[in-house]
Design a protein around this ligand. Structure first.
Ligand code: AMP
Length: 285
C-alpha cells in the first residue's frame, strides 16, 4: 500500500487511473481506524477497481472546546490494519497541505438538513465537513465515495451537496458496525472510562426498544421517542442527552407520526466529556 502525502501526487495518481479507465472509490476517514472504517474499505473494494483511503483529522470540523487536539491518532496502528485490506493508495496530507496560508473557501450547505440534530449542537461542524469533502473530491475526482450510516446526517448532507453541485460521484452508505454489546464503533469510544463504557451500550439498547415498539405497530413519534428516552434515563444515569429524535429519512425533520416511508431514530448523548451518536432505521422489513 503506497502512501501519498501531497495533493500534486494524489492528483497525478487519480488522473492516471482515470486515463486507464479504472473506477475509483474514495473512503475519507480521520484515522484511529476500527472495523467500521474497514467495512467501508471492503465495500469500496467491491464496487470499484481502485480504492483510495484518506486519513486526515480535519481541524475545521471541530468547534472551539471540542476534541481536535486530543483526537486519537496512531498512524502505525492504522497502517497495520490497512495492510490487510489491499487498498491502492493511502492519502495522508498534512494540515498545511490542505489549508495553506491564504486558504479562504468554505462550502456551506444551508437549510433544513444542517439546521437540525448535530447541526444545532455543533455549530460550523457540517461546514467543516462539506468543505473538506468537496476539496478531497476535487483532488481525487473519485467515481464513488463511501460513508458510514453511523454519521447519517453527514451522509445526507453530502448527498445534497453532490446533487446541488452536479458532482459526478456516486455516494454509498455502509451499515453501522458495532461492538459485541451493540455500541457503535467509534474512534471516540476509547475516551470512555469503564463505568461510562458500560452505560454507553444502553444507547443502542434504547434504539432497539424504539425499533421493537415500531415493529409492534406504534407510529406516534412522541411515544417512540419517549420509549428510548425513558429507557436511557433509567439504565444510563450518567448519560446527558443532546437529542433523541424520530426524523424523516430524507429531510431529517422531526416527525409527529411515522408514515409509509419509515423514519430514523437518531440519538446524540454525552457520556462524561464524550459525545456519542447512533441511529436506527424504522422501516418495515
Ligand atoms: P471518522 O473517521 O469518524 O470521520 O469516520 C470516517 C467514516 O467512517 C465516516 O463515513 C463514518 O460514518 C464511518 N464510520 C464511523 N464509525 C462507523 C461504524 N461504527 N460503522 C460504519 N461506519 C462508520
Amino acid at each position: 500500500m503506497e502512501k501519498i502525502f501531497t495533493i500534486e501526487d494524489m492528483e497525478r495518481y487519480s488522473r492516471r487511473q482515470r486515463s486507464l479507465g479504472y473506477s475509483l472509490a474514495f473512503v475519507p476517514t480521520m484515522g484511529y481506524l476500527h472495523e467500521g472504517h474497514l467495512s467501508l474499505v471492503r465495500l469500496a473494494r467491491q464496487i470499484a477497481e481502485r480504492v483510495v483511503v484518506s486519513i486526515f483529522v480535519n481541524p475545521t470540523q471541530f468547534g472551539p472546546g471540542e476534541d481536535y487536539n486530543r483526537y486519537p491518532r496512531d498512524l502505525e496502528r492504522d497502517l497495520n490494519l490497512l495492510r490487510e485490506e489491499k487498498i491502492n493508495r493511502l492519502f495522508l496530507p498534512s494540515t498545511e497541505e490542505m489549508y495553506p496560508e491564504g486558504h479562504a473557501t468554505e462550502v456551506r450547505i444551508t437549510g433544513p438538513l444542517t439546521d437540525v440534530l448535530c447541526g444545532l449542537s455543533r455549530s460550523g461542524h457540517f461546514t467543516g465537513v462539506t468543505s473538506i469533502v468537496l476539496k478531497f473530491f476535487s483532488i481525487i475526482r473519485p467515481t464513488m465515495a463511501v460513508f458510514g450510516q453511523k454519521d447519517y446526517q453527514q451522509s445526507q448532507i453530502i448527498k445534497r451537496m453532490v446533487q446541488d453541485l452536479h458532482l459526478d460521484i456516486k455516494i454509498f452508505t455502509g451499515p453501522i458496525v458495532r461492538e459485541p454489546d451493540g455500541l457503535a464503533m467509534s474512534s471516540r469510544n476509547r475516551y470512555l472510562t469503564p463505568g461510562l463504557r458500560r452505560q454507553a451500550r444502553e444507547l443502542y439498547a434504547s434504539l432497539g426498544l424504539v425499533k421493537k415498539k415500531y415493529d409492534d405497530g406504534e407510529r406516534d413519534a412522541m411515544v417512540l421517542r419517549e420509549v428510548g428516552v425513558n429507557y436511557l434515563r433509567q439504565l444510563a444515569p450518567d448519560c446527558l442527552l443532546d437529542y433523541y429524535e424520530i426524523v424523516d429519512r430524507e429531510t431529517l425533520q422531526p416527525l409527529d407520526r411515522v408514515g409509509a416511508n419509515g423514519a430514523v431514530a437518531m440519538v446524540a448523548a454525552y457520556f462524561g466529556e464524550t459525545r456519542l451518536i447512533d441511529n436506527v432505521m424504522l422501516i418495515l422489513e
